[in-house]
Ligand binder design. Structure first.
Ligand code: SF4
Length: 263
């Protein structure tokens, strides 16, 4: 059976992660484009990202704590649209929770770095490149120029810190951003910095040649398989506790007889 919808024009790190977790999820999300309702976690992520984007768009000396707090009200307007409010069943209690958690995040963020000292080369930068025949695209939260003159990819994380023995997946998206940057700018970022703003902790890792080549190769291999599955008219499901736990398509898969593990 052929798909009615065209194959997506490019592959982003998050869609690659979908595919690697479960090809059927990629089919539903990226090929069939079945809408995925917002969750509290995704809405909170967008809310907080909006505030930091506005803050970092200011001239460096203006990036103060008060300035960050002043973007909370615009974020309510921009991110918590009537549709999002309905999807996450937002009531007064949930909104109060979001505002309280955001206040903590903003305070913690200012213990992690002084944004007035940050030199940004890009904010929410959309970078698209084709490597070989693999079209890649990504939106980078921040591309900084560090004190030593090198480029650093900075990614805000509003979820929990990974456990101590975090695996390579923690950095996977940002490492693919490094591939995009190197291809687009001709300069390889030296480091990836993940700001876990809910906890006020930073995870950092250098970018090296092995990693860049491995991420580019993994994306190319995935794109080849995506095109094969697309031509076949079906992407296989690979249910697992980890992949299915937060998947938006659990009910759809269960209705189609896929053995989705319980949460
Ligand atoms: S519920 Fe599980 S098997 Fe179904 S699409 Fe999601 S990850 Fe794949």
């Amino acid at each position: 059976m052929a798909f009615d919808q065209p194959l997506p024009a490019s592959l982003s790190p998050s869609r690659l992660a979908d595919f690697q977790a479960c090809p059927r999820r990629y089919q539903y999300a990226s090929v069939e484009r079945i809408p995925q309702p917002a969750s509290y976690a995704t809405a909170k992520g967008r809310f907080v990202h909006f505030i930091f984007e506005q803050l970092m768009s200011l001239e460096a000396p203006l990036r103060t704590l008060d300035a960050a707090r002043s973007f909370v009200a615009p974020a309510l307007e921009a991110i918590l649209t009537p549709q999002v409010r309905e999807e996450i069943a937002m009531d007064d209690a949930l909104e109060a929770r979001l505002l309280a958690e955001t206040a903590v995040i903003i305070d913690r963020y200012f213990t992690m770095e002084d944004p007035r000292l940050v030199v940004t080369e890009g904010i929410e930068e959309r970078v698209g490149v084709t490597i070989g025949d693999t079209p890649l695209i990504g939106i980078i939260d921040r591309l900084d120029r560090d004190e030593d003159g090198s480029l650093v990819i900075v990614d805000y994380k509003t979820g929990s810190l990974p456990n101590r023995n975090y695996d390579s997946q923690t950095f996977a998206n940002a490492e693919l951003y490094a591939v995009l940057c190197e291809e687009k700018l001709g300069e390889r970022p030296s480091r990836i910095r993940l700001l876990y703003v809910s906890q006020g902790e930073t995870l950092e890792r250098p970018v090296n040649d092995v990693v860049v080549k491995a991420r580019a190769a993994a994306a190319a291999a995935a794109w080849t398989r995506i095109r094969q599955y697309y031509d076949q008219g079906s992407f296989p499901e690979t249910p697992s506790k980890n992949a299915c736990r937060f998947c938006s398509f659990r009910d759809l898969c269960l209705a189609r007889g896929v053995p989705v593990p319980p949460r």
